[in-house]
Write a protein that binds this ligand. Structure first.
Ligand code: ADP
Ligand code: ASP
Ligand code: MG
Length: 459
């Protein structure tokens, strides 16, 4: 019996390991033409799960609708809802050739928009908001699934709500894996599965989501859950660039990144990846490829284990919306256990600390989740004098830095000599130097570092 179970499991595992996960972001499915392009990209024989985001602009519009519902602005809500519905009607018109498919798709769209309208009641709460936010991915996958049927491609639409689970705000990886295997096993002959990114059920059985940009995280969790061969993140740029291309002009794609470098960049603001999306793939050692839907022939970026460089400066990222907190206390002098007490307060309010520096009588640290800021500040006051500063940005230089050789931090500080720096963190790992500054200086800092670290033949 044990033997049969083992063999059965290994056959099953082999069957799943040949699977790839392909995630397409909002702009990749942002118009009927783009969606048709995605259909071409996924039509090989290889077994795969395609994870889709909402059509671009949709989640923003749904966020706005939710805020109108909170503020009881019925007329504005109805106008905004109708605007979005018109866009979807045009989308349907452009996507399908035959009337029968146009009719079926319109019927779906009607049902989703009716649902959104019904949720707008005076009792509107975050529970209804989350159901509204889920409609974007539910619609894009329905339309795509129907489009593939209309061109004769056989696919199975796997509802993410049947397997994607969170518990206390984090993915419930064991449940995701078990439920996903169960769903896939029902379709042994299917080579192309489609599912929604971003959405999930929480431990209370409520519709929830993995936060903005969360479809990347879904793809990585799905890949890890079934031990996929590769996770591909298809987007509107040819891979991870060495700096934020929205701010700096001369940026270029990076061929290969280690999981550590990619995780640092995602966490510290490289929007191409959701901040938590590298970890599941890294834990399961599954390569992640970043590719461009508009230029599929481009190499993109491969993120994998064993990308080893003795030293290199890889990329720069920046994370906004940071609050710096300074706690000054004479009780810290020669005391032990003090940091633990401070950290316990952040733990109590589930607020991660990003950067920290200490001196004998003070601690400076940064957070980006300000949901419980006032409670945290109140509790910290019992330790001494507490100050906080908003509108800060962490600029993060990522690479592999030689231990015991300060040439990179020295160069970074030289380049930023005109910029008032609030905190510096170096040595926490060999992959990152973090510098905290007022957000007004971000653009200048990114440009100076780009020029000085990548184009002046420095270091
Ligand atoms: P999607 O909708 O496909 O999820 P996103 O808008 O979330 O796409 O991410 C892609 C965008 O990330 C790019 O268009 C680019 O402007 C931005 N971006 C920010 N930093 C970087 C970086 N270092 N490399 C590549 N893209 C970046
Ligand atoms: N649609 C969601 C968002 O816009 C998730 C995603 O696109 O990754 O945030
Ligand atoms: Mg994204």
């Amino acid at each position: 019996m044990l033997w049969l179970e083992t063999v059965g499991k290994s056959l099953l595992t082999n069957r799943f390991t040949v699977m790839k996960i392909l995630k397409f972001g909002g702009t990749s499915v942002g118009s009927a033409e783009r969606m048709k392009g995605v259909a071409k990209l996924v039509s090989s024989e290889e077994r795969k799960i395609v994870v889709l985001s909402a059509v671009s602009g949709t989640t923003n519009a749904l966020v706005e609708l939710a805020s109108l519902a909170y503020n009881d602005q019925i007329n504005n809500f109805d106008t905004k809802l109708q605007e979005l519905k018109n866009k979807y009607q045009d989308f349907v018109e452009d996507l399908y050739k035959e009337n029968s498919y146009k009719k079926e798709a319109s019927h779906y769209i009607e049902a989703h928009f009716n649902k959104i309208a019904q949720l707008n009641t005076p009792q509107f709460s975050d529970k209804e908001e989350r159901i509204i936010l889920a409609q974007g991915e539910l619609m894009s996958t329905r339309l795509f699934h129907l489009y593939l049927r209309s061109i004769g491609v056989d696919t199975v639409l796997l509802p993410a709500l049947d397997f994607m689970r969170t518990k206390e705000g984090d993915p419930n990886e064991a449940a995701i894996s078990q439920l996903l295997y169960e769903q896939i096993e029902k379709h042994p002959d299917c080579n192309l599965f489609i599912t929604q990114g971003y959405i999930c059920y929480n431990e209370f059985g409520e519709v929830d989501n993995l936060k903005r940009g969360g479809s990347d995280y879904s793809a990585s969790l799905i890949g890890a859950a079934i031990d996929a061969k590769e996770i591909q993140i298809w987007t509107d740029i040819d891979g991870m660039h060495n700096n934020d291309p929205r701010i700096v002009e001369k940026t270029f794609p990076i061929d290969e990144l280690s999981f550590e470098e990619a995780a640092e960049l995602a966490y510290f603001g490289a929007k191409i990846l959701h901040p938590a999306s590298v970890l599941p793939a890294q834990k399961a050692n599954i390569p992640v490829r970043l590719l461009n839907t508009m230029q599929p022939e481009k190499k993109g970026t491969l993120i994998r284990a064993d990308v080893t460089h003795e030293k290199r400066i890889t990329a720069i990222a920046a994370k906004d919306g940071i609050v710096a907190i300074k706690i000054r206390s004479s009780r810290m002098l020669l005391a032990y256990g003090f940091l633990r007490k401070v950290f316990e307060i952040f733990e109590k309010y589930k607020t991660p600390i990003d950067v920290i520096t200490t001196s004998e009588v003070a601690i400076s640290l940064t957070i980006d989740n300000t949901a419980h800021l006032s409670d945290i500040l109140e509790e910290l006051k019992s330790f001494g004098n507490v100050e906080f500063t908003e509108n800060q940005t962490i600029v993060c230089v990522v690479g592999t830095f030689l231990q015991g050789n300060a040439s990179v931090p020295v160069r970074v500080l030289q380049l930023l000599k005109e910029i008032p720096i609030r905190m510096i963190s170096y040595g926490g790992s060999k992959y990152n130097i973090s510098i905290l500054m007022h957000s007004d200086f971000k653009e200048k800092a990114l440009k100076l570092l780009n020029e000085g670290l990548f184009f002046e033949n420095a270091t």
